[in-house]
Design a protein around this ligand. Structure first.
Ligand code: URA
Length: 197
């Protein structure tokens, strides 16, 4: 494990470990407060993310920001956002198993440095990789399970909510439950969290 964010960022930025490096514009390393105790994990960069180098900047990202703001979370202040894969899969296809298998080491190192108390999986790809290979978002969203000392939960991917707005009330409920969990296990999220770089 690399012991500093700077080293990890540098290595990730120069990564050529899988073919996604050949088609990427930018590596999308992650964004947020490096002292945060709540980590959100998406699937992988889309077109807008590939172009800007930041996670969740398209329409899905705007919806995610709305849901975050409802429970007083802010991607620049008290959470961290990362993805399963750091480079865009061509035509937004799902990342392949061999791509996530390689790239997950960057996420593991991010978890090692961040030491989150809560990980929120956004959508099936993150939830089946990080919580349970048989995870069903429609059935299990909003449930918390403790895994290796970290509270894990899953909810709908913002892009899925844009496609199926009927799931928005359920997603909102998941975020309300998340607020309660944060107050229970890492209340500093809502108090005086120091600013990370
Ligand atoms: N979808 C994701 O899963 N992650 C992003 O960063 C953008 C869209």
């Amino acid at each position: 494990m690399l012991e500093s964010w700077e080293e990890l960022y540098e290595e990730c930025m120069n990564c050529q470990k899988c073919p996604l490096c050949e088609t990427r514009t930018n590596v999308v390393f992650g964004q947020g407060n490096q002292n945060a105790k709540v980590l959100f994990v998406g699937e992988g960069p889309g077109e807008n993310e590939d172009l800007t180098g930041q996670p969740f900047v398209g329409r899905g990202g705007q919806l995610l920001d709305k849901l975050l703001n409802i429970i007083d979370l802010d991607r620049n202040k008290n959470i961290y956002i990362a993805n399963m894969v750091k480079c865009r899969p061509p035509k937004n296809r799902d990342p392949k198993k061999e791509e996530t298998d390689i790239c997950i080491n960057y996420l593991r190192n991010q978890v090692y440095l961040l030491k989150p108390k809560i990980i929120v999986c956004l959508g099936r790809i993150a939830a089946t990789s990080l919580i349970d290979p048989n995870y069903k978002v429609t059935k299990q969203h909003g449930e918390f399970i403790l895994k290796n000392g970290i509270w894990m939960t899953g909810t709908f991917h913002p892009a899925a909510l844009l496609r199926n707005p009927c799931n928005k009330p359920d997603a909102l409920e998941d975020f309300q439950k998340l607020r309660e969990k944060i107050k229970e296990v890492c209340p500093e999220t809502y108090e005086n969290i120091s600013k990370g770089e």
